[in-house]
Design a binder for this molecule. Structure first.
Ligand code: GLU
Length: 455
């Protein structure tokens, strides 16, 4: 490969693409950050493969195929009317139907949805399961809302969204603030409006009505498997390692579960109020009761757990020294000072369970210190991978046993790790999983786009 010969013009081209992204969408900081990170990996690809540069594939991949913004009016239990904004960004369908979750959180904006949709293109490509990239959501805050309010919101949201989605068009799922309850209400309204039992239109469904075994657990499980692979190729083992986990949503919970199953110890979980450190390791039954049944806070966990657990109000989970760190809360939750603290504490591997939780300067700290770093688009792809397996089961009106789903998930995570590692090596950056994931994901999408012409 003659990657270096024309690297300078390729880099100029990448800078021009980035400048155009910023010019076109000036206020979208999160999207700029996600785009910059991918673009920074692509100069050697353009230098080595002029056919991809000629077809303007980098330019095209940065522009969503379609963006839908809509009003979501709904009434609370007291009869007051609220108005939220709904989003669905259909970013790229070269490899399959648009696929990606819905996020309900007050921080959701077009910029956040575009950053997530952009990441999803490459993540989904890495799974090898024939899914395009998209994302959606709303600035609606489900916290403190009754089930009836959440249902009315979901029904109103779907009353617009239904016309844009379909099992062969666009297949949403959950993300922050959207779990089994919300998917149920969304599916019910889709079925009612369309008069179709179209199981494959949403993933993350309940097990008795088209859901896949293992979907709930898949993102957290997958990230632990990815971290274990990164350790294995360095001659280390996951069992016995002390692990800091942030967040206490679906990803964090099942990260803790898999860590314990594999003999590592999860020391922490957190929420926006603070974190819990538990010297004996997080008691998952108690945490699940508080989070999944009572919809409570991690503070409640510390109060009920006894002496091994301490709650640190307003504290930052990254101050707890550990061998492995698995950020599983939200974007930009781990910055440069946190990375320096983790490195001082002797961290060996960091793997992103959430989407873009580690800031670019913190990633650099880890890479410079020789810490193995697994980017989310590779490490947290297990969730969407099992979503794709759910779609497969739905199209065959089939339902697989949990063991089959789990062994396919493990194979997908091993493959992703392998392809990222090999690609990084092929492009002269051994051990750089960020380069590997970005390039391998981009190459798959770009090759499909090239073959399908200028569309
Ligand atoms: N929200 C998840 C993600 O970030 C899963 C999306 C899906 O299953 O479609 O990948």
């Amino acid at each position: 490969m003659s990657a270096t010969a024309s690297a300078a013009p390729a880099r100029d081209r990448i800078d021009a693409v980035y400048a155009e992204v910023v010019r076109r969408s000036p206020a979208e900081q999160e999207f700029h950050q996600a785009a910059r990170e991918v673009l920074d990996s692509l100069a050697p690809v353009l230098a080595a493969r002029p056919e991809l540069a000629e077809a303007a594939l980098v330019e095209r991949v940065c522009e969503p195929e379609r963006q839908v913004l809509f009003r979501v009016p709904w009434q609370d239990d007291a009869g007051r009317t609220h108005v939220n904004r709904g989003f669905r960004v259909e970013f790229n369908s070269a490899l399959g139907p648009y696929k990606g979750g819905l996020r309900f959180h007050p921080s959701v904006s077009l910029s956040v949805v575009k950053f997530l949709g952009f990441e999803q293109i490459f993540k989904n490509a890495l799974t090898g399961l024939g899914i395009g990239g998209g994302k959606g959501g709303s600035d609606f805050d489900p916290h403190g809302r009754s089930d009836a309010e959440v249902m009315r919101f979901c029904q109103s949201f779907m009353t617009e969204l239904y016309r844009h989605i379909g099992e062969s068009t666009d297949v949403p799922a959950g993300d922050i603030g959207v779990g089994g309850r919300e998917i149920g209400y969304l599916f019910g309204q889709y079925r009612r409006i369309t008069n179709r039992w179209e199981a494959g239109v949403l993933t993350g469904k309940g097990l008795s009505w088209g859901g896949s075994a293992g979907r709930t657990e898949a993102t957290g499980y997958g990230n632990v498997l990815f971290a274990a692979e990164m350790l294995r190729v360095r001659g280390e083992d996951l069992p016995g390692q002390q692990v800091v986990v942030s967040g206490s949503g679906n990803v964090a919970l099942y990260t803790v579960e898999k860590l314990h199953e594999l003999g590592a110890r999860a020391l922490t979980v957190s929420d926006s109020g603070g974190y819990v450190v538990d010297d004996k390791g997080i008691d998952l039954d108690l945490l699940k009761q508080i989070k999944e049944v009572e919809r409570g806070r991690v503070k409640d966990y510390a109060e009920r757990r006894g002496t091994s657990a301490t709650y640190v109000a307003g504290g930052n989970v990254w101050e707890v020294p550990a061998d492995v760190a698995l950020p599983s809360a939200t974007q930009n939750e781990l910055d440069i000072a946190d990375a320096l603290a983790l490195v001082r504490g002797g961290v060996k591997a960091v793997s992103e369970g959430a989407n873009m939780p580690v800031t670019p300067s913190a990633v650099k700290v880890f890479q410079d210190a020789g810490v193995a770093f697994g980017p989310g688009k590779a490490a947290n792809a297990g969730g969407v991978a099992v979503s794709a397996l759910e779609m497969r089961q739905n199209s065959g009106r089939d339902s697989w046993p949990r063991e089959r789903v789990e062994s396919e998930l493990a194979a997908v995570m091993r493959d992703i790790h392998e392809v990222c590692r090999n690609t990084a090596e092929r492009y002269g950056a051994p051990g750089d999983y960020v380069m590997g994931a970005n390039i391998a994901g981009f190459e798959r999408v770009a090759e499909a786009m090239l073959a399908q012409g200028v569309v």
